[in-house]
Design a binder for this molecule. Structure first.
Ligand code: AQP
Length: 402
């Protein structure tokens, strides 16, 4: 236990040094930009919750669309809970060893991006069994038809290989259907008020809000109604570099379609050079008419925190081919420090595990608190608090909350 305390303390000091520069210039990326730290939503304190699936290496869509926005929320003083969504990953990922490796990799990237375990909760979803328990309760409030019509279910169900899905029959796994209900449990369990996500998750957040209201109606108020925080800076839907009609995705089979956070400078340059654009030679930002070029402008803006008008003005006189070099250098510049920090952290797996263990202990306390209230309202058996676990969690969490 002492070792964990020492690791976390040294890690916290290191984080403050690494991110001191960033803290000064970060501000909240809240969609409405109106609420300050600690502001309430419908009487509930502001809490930001998000998850990342360990289904593979993170790409710039995951980073700009979710992870970086979470860090900015944290740095603006908001309460952040970020978890590695390994239970979600089980719906499509079936290799235990690589799930564990991806989990540590994702933890290293989250810390490298600026998630600070002294201020935020960072843990693995399966270490907090209440996610699954609340999922069951919410599943009883939700119709099959409601989840079957969600676009992501239909897309992912269509990709299940015949003979490779659940059981022996190759059918669509039930977990895929329950995925958005588990996601609702993920955010309601921590009484999230704000959830930074990309546009692909918008429908799932609507379901979470609906389930919170249904629960209130049936049993009484237990959660705030969470809302999706969709950005207006182009990071809500970073597009595939090979097919700009689609979002950039971890599971894309074409490796040139995604820029991974772990890609070398050369790999980034090559992927941007090969990005699909169109026959018009100049640069403009017209997402509907010119999705490929506009995606490059969006990436340029996200990398350098600028507006599309500025990027287009700066590129005046450049051909698309020349502009690709500008975009590639902007991305290399933005991702290089993150990659270097992630490499340092990757070399310290014990530290990564300690961070996750301490985060899970604190998350369990918060989850138990919500679940006890929910169980009482729903008339379920309530487990007495586990003193041994609670004291261990206190011991672990105190040094990082100092
Ligand atoms: N292309 C994207 N643009 C902006 N945001 C995106 N997100 C995902 N893709 C984009 C956001 O990243 C967060 C974490 O996503 P996830 O790990 O749950 O995976 P996902 O949404 O299923 O995205 P992927 O990368 O496409 O993974 P696979 O291929 O495994 O399905 C979410 O907030 C998401 O909105």
């Amino acid at each position: 236990m002492k070792f964990i305390r020492r690791s976390l303390l040294s890690y916290s000091r290191w984080m403050v040094c690494v991110h001191r520069g960033r803290l000064a210039r970060c501000s909240s990326s809240n969609a409405d930009g109106t609420e300050g730290a600690g502001a309430a939503a419908g009487g509930w304190p502001r809490r930001v919750v998000s998850g990342l699936q360990p289904t593979g290496a993170l790409h710039v869509g995951n980073y700009f669309g979710a992870l970086r926005r979470c860090v900015r929320e944290q740095d603006a003083g908001h309460d952040l809970t970020l978890f590695v969504a390994d239970l979600h990953a089980l719906t499509t990922h079936h290799k235990g060893q690589s799930l564990q490796e991806n989990t540590l990799e994702l933890t290293a990237l989250a810390l490298a991006a600026g998630v600070d375990p002294a201020r935020s909760l960072l843990f693995v979803q399966s270490a907090v069994p209440r996610h699954a328990e609340l999922c069951w309760l919410l599943a009883c409030l939700c119709s099959q038809a409601r989840v079957q019509h969600l676009p992501q279910y239909r897309e992912k169900a269509a990709l299940v290989p015949r003979g490779g899905g659940a059981g022996d029959g190759g059918e669509v796994p039930l977990g895929l259907l329950l995925y958005p209900v588990l996601q609702a449990a993920d955010v309601l369990l921590y009484r999230a008020t704000h959830v930074p996500v990309g546009a692909d998750q918008q429908h799932h957040l609507q379901l979470a809000a609906q389930l919170a209201r249904t629960f209130h109606h049936r049993y009484g108020p237990a959660f705030p109604v969470p809302r999706a925080m969709l950005p207006d800076d182009g990071s809500d839907r970073v597009r595939s570099l090979r097919d700009p009609s689609r979002k950039m995705s971890k599971s894309d089979r074409d490796r040139r379609a995604t820029i991974l956070l772990t890609d070398s400078d050369d790999a980034i340059r090559e992927k941007i050079r090969k990005a699909v654009t169109d026959c018009t030679p100049h640069v403009s930002f017209e997402p509907e008419l010119r999705p490929g070029v506009s995606n490059l402008v969006a990436l340029h803006c996200l990398a350098e925190d600028k507006l599309p008008e500025e990027a287009v003005e700066e590129s005046d006189g450049l051909t698309t081919a020349q502009y690709k070099r500008v975009v590639a250098e902007a991305l290399c510049g933005a991702l290089r420090p993150l990659r270097a920090r992630a490499a340092e952290l990757r070399a310290r797996p014990r530290l990564l595990r300690d961070v996750l263990r301490a985060g899970a202990a604190r998350a369990r306390l918060r989850a138990d608190h919500t679940y006890a209230h929910v169980a009482q309202l729903a008339g379920l058996a309530q487990r007495p608090p586990r003193p041994a676990l609670a004291s261990a969690a206190d011991a672990v969490s105190s040094p990082i909350s100092e």
